[in-house]
Design a protein around this ligand. Sequence first.
Ligand code: 5AD
Ligand code: SF4
Length: 483
Amino acid sequence: MFDYQKIDDTDITGEAPVTEPERQYYFMKKCRMWAEEEGKRLGRRLTLSMQTMGCQMNARDSEKLEAVLSYIGYGTVEDTVADFILYNTCTVRENANLKVYGRLGYMKNQKKKNPQMKIAMCGCMMQEPTVVEKIKKSYPFVDMIFGTHNVYKLAEILFTQIQSGRMVIDIWQEAKEVVEDLPSIRKYPFKAGVNIMYGCNNFCSYCIVPYVRGRERSRKPEEILREIRGLAEDGVKEVMLLGQNVNSYGKTLEVPMNFAELLREVNKIPELRRIRFMTSHPKDLSEELIQAMAECDKVCTHLHLPLQSGSTGILKKMNRRYTKDDYLALVDQVRDKLPDISLTTDIIVGFPGETEEDFEETLDVIRKVRYDSVYSFIYSRRTGTPAAAMEDQVPEDVVKQRFDRLLTEIQSISREITDRKVGKIEEVLIEEINDHDPSLITGRLSSNAVVHCPASEDCIGEIRRVKLTESKGFYFMGELQTD
Ligand code: 5AD
Ligand code: SF4
């Protein structure tokens, strides 16, 4: 657990320290004093509304941001209107950007009604200069804009905004240091995401991530292990090791350590029960890692292995650096060592130049691999990426039709796979009360599949044996075992 006393003990009478994280402690305490006054003026506690889009990395950043704001004095509310509005944005596909502009349009009137409201924008979308220009021009009521490399500076940015009363923009093109020892909250007391690396060096030709999240940087193994040990001692049973490309973990460290070695170290932490990781690039999935997965009893029986396309020609244009045959051979190798593994994948439909034959190759891989589930995306043209300038963008109606065909195929395979598991008893981490039916709880198998079963909320956070009684295609209904 983070020791908040460190912030309380910070001397704020002089200038701000130059070193991190002490500098941020200073600004957190300064902001807290301001928030106390502001709360008195309004006669109530200040409120915070956070909206997080996109991937697990953003979700993790949001936990860090929320912890800082919570220390300052903001209480999180479910409402979309509050004293502090924070949008942590995603820009992987264009529709996420459009949604953000829609929300900002709505906030304009809200801010007129509540001028004390502070609006902050952060995340991947803010790393695009055209986005920042547009916000400056069309949404001048936004108070703070910062990017993906300086999330830890929120308190300093807020303090600068309070003092200046103007829009504060702080975007870095590249990350500087990995700042450790900052507060963070956790959405669940029994499972947690842990960053092991930031950024990506792969430059897949469709993808904007390397431009907005910068080059690969790994956290030191001792920092990662210290964090996970602390989490496990605190009751966390499952960790998800997070990185854009975890298979190339450790390459930038002074004392190199690879991902397989890290996994073995995490596996030794006594109180921990389950280990997951995301995301693996097929070109970097080593035999050593497969071996480590097989030998580490806590590593879950799930591997997310993004294919993107089954056509070797398209894969080349995507700059994925593997062929269809390489991928299929890798899957064989994985299944050979890990016969119970559940495989999931990402597919992009309608990459520039994708022909009917190329698409058939994708379907062919899907039929051969038989994934437990597939996350499929319609290709989205991202300005600045090499693919955006490619000729032969596929017409929308063709893409839509292929996308529907893909979904039909995926559904029938997933159903067949879930059907086969009915009757089995599996270990399940019970996570929450079911959204739609409060007499049910929802949990996850080691394979990451979801199961709902009748039980009381007392079992939340426990790993229990559950009999899978019925398959619903993508998920199961089950019965809690009493033993
Ligand atoms: N268009 C559509 N999907 C994309 N992805 C990344 N960039 C794009 C894009 N421009 C998908 C990939 C990746 C997942 C996280 O998002 O499938 O694996
Ligand atoms: Fe994007 Fe490719 Fe990096 Fe994944 S590996 S973040 S798809 S560039």
